[in-house]
Unconditional design. Structure first.
Length: 243
């Protein structure tokens, strides 16, 4: 009997037993995926899910995602998880906080996706800007999106710059037509894109999302470090930074 067949037998026994079948099944299918055991008889994990267990590729990867979450949890809290929705809700909780969140959610009764989200929200520290000011809830989503975009773009520009510098230093013929002015342009682009990075809640509208457009932040509710340092009143900056 192959390792895949042994795991499949355990899955069938868990399902027939009923008790704790969900946790056991998810963990075992996670092992099949992680160890690529499906390669014994199938072309892909998707085909394995569809032909062996009769569920879709999307469903298969949902189970794999749940298995990744369960793998990082101590055994003592697994019995509290009664649904896949509850497990999925842990995805947005930092791994080192999941155990505490489950324990807190269990105090309110049955652990559900809703109770996990509530417990996680209670555990999450307030989101502060670079000056230490609380970021208004209304602009948190745009703040995070702008931060992620800036991180993504700046890292790519840095990679291009490093590759270009190395190529020019090695005097590769590939870079014959590339000059130092190209590197200078990349540096300027990098500095321009840094203004995507949120630094502070707007010092003019204080992060308000009212219909009246703020001329300083452009109705975003937050500003870059460049705008904060060069366009915000010095007195306002002193008050912010004194906290």
């Amino acid at each position: 009997m192959t390792e895949l067949q042994k795991i499949e037998k355990r899955i069938e026994l868990a399902i027939n037993a009923g008790k704790n079948a969900m946790i056991a099944t998810i963990k075992l299918l996670g092992d099949v995926y992680e160890k690529k055991l499906w390669e014994e008889s199938y072309k892909s994990f998707s085909e394995y899910c569809e032909k062996r267990w009769h569920f879709s590729r999307i469903r298969g990867y949902q189970i794999v995602g749940s298995a990744e979450i369960l793998k990082l949890l101590p055994e003592k809290v697994l019995s509290a998880l009664n649904s896949e929705k509850a497990i999925a809700a842990l995805k947005d909780v930092p791994p080192d906080e999941r155990e505490k969140v489950i324990e807190k959610a269990s105090k309110s009764g049955k652990v559900t996706a809703k109770s996990i989200k509530k417990a996680a929200k209670d555990e999450t520290p307030p989101l502060l800007d670079k000056t230490g000011l609380l970021i208004p809830t209304a602009i948190e989503r745009d703040w995070d999106r702008s931060k992620d975009l800036a991180e993504f773009m700046l890292s790519r520009i840095s990679q291009v710059k490093v590759a270009l510098e190395k190529g020019m230093e090695d005097e590769s013929e590939i870079f014959t037509e590339v000059t130092n002015s190209t590197l200078s342009k990349l540096k300027y682009i990098y500095q321009d894109l840094k203004r995507l990075e949120p630094h502070a809640v707007c010092t003019s509208c204080q992060g308000s999302t009212s219909k009246e457009k703020c001329s300083l932040c452009g109705h975003r509710g937050f500003i870059s470090e460049f705008i904060y340092r060069n366009c915000s009143p010095e007195e306002t900056r002193k008050i912010r930074e004194a906290k």
